[in-house]
Write a protein that binds this ligand. Structure first.
Ligand SMILES: [Zn+2]
Length: 92
């Protein structure tokens, strides 16, 4: 189980969460899950854990490059890394 922490106001994670409009994210560099306001649901934790698995699969920089490349190519909703995370979110 990863460490799950509330993003400190004005921290990098706090700014990223607000900019992305998401309620939780994984910090690629320390592999902790940060949330903005509400402690993440089990489904959202499964989503973020899948990203941690992907980061370990591709490496930190490989994951960042791939995620951004896919996002530019397919958009967020069809980003294959997000589709895989959404499947984990749904599947349990
Ligand atoms: Zn995601």
């Amino acid at each position: 189980m990863p460490t799950i922490v509330k993003a400190r106001k004005y921290s990098i994670q706090w700014f990223l969460l607000r900019r992305m409009g998401s309620s939780a994210l994984v910090d690629v560099f320390n592999l902790k899950i940060y949330y903005l306001k509400t402690y993440p649901s089990p489904a959202l934790i499964r989503h973020e854990c899948k990203h941690i698995e992907q980061i370990k699969r591709y490496g930190k920089l490989g994951y960042l490059a791939l995620w951004n490349y896919y996002n530019a190519l397919y958009g967020y909703d069809n980003n294959p890394l997000e589709l895989e995370a959404k499947a984990a979110e749904a599947g349990g």
